[in-house]
Design a protein around this ligand. Structure first.
Ligand code: ZN
Ligand code: ZN
Length: 134
């Protein structure tokens, strides 16, 4: 690996474990596919990093200890790259209060004033366009 092009971590003495780096790699490659796979209830389908067309059902819980993945690595280690990738997708997205679709946070905006939505509701771009929200 060419380390000269990679930003140095804040704590070089504690490098990220391999499964975290693999998970971040899966996120880089498949972020939109993972978001689109959202099943509700915290469940995502995360592509396998090793098997073509492999998918793992991964659940991101309300607390980290509630995370689950159906892969063998999770069964033996209680962590895996799929949970890392889905966890990052979950952290960077939220459900639109208009259409209920899981959407990147950068594409959601908060309602300031509206007759149909509550102040603070999150709306995706198309719901906002179709609404009276300010
Ligand atoms: Zn897994
Ligand atoms: Zn929407």
């Amino acid at each position: 690996m060419d380390t000269t092009t990679i930003a140095q971590p804040a704590h070089p003495s504690t490098p990220e474990p391999g499964y975290v780096l693999r998970g971040l790699g899966l996120y880089e490659l498949h972020a939109n596919a993972i978001l689109d796979s959202y099943q509700g209830g915290g469940k995502y389908l995360v592509p396998s990093g090793t098997q073509a067309n492999g998918l793992y059902e991964t659940r991101i819980g309300t607390r980290p200890e509630r995370n689950r993945c159906e892969c063998r690595g999770f069964a033996s280690h209680k962590h895996c790259s799929h949970v890392v990738a889905a966890g990052r997708v979950a952290g960077r997205s939220a459900v639109c209060d208009g259409c209920g679709a899981r959407t990147w946070r950068r594409d959601l905006s908060e309602v300031q004033e509206s007759l149909t939505y509550f102040e603070g509701d999150l709306l995706c771009r198309s719901c906002r366009r179709d609404s009276d929200a300010l």
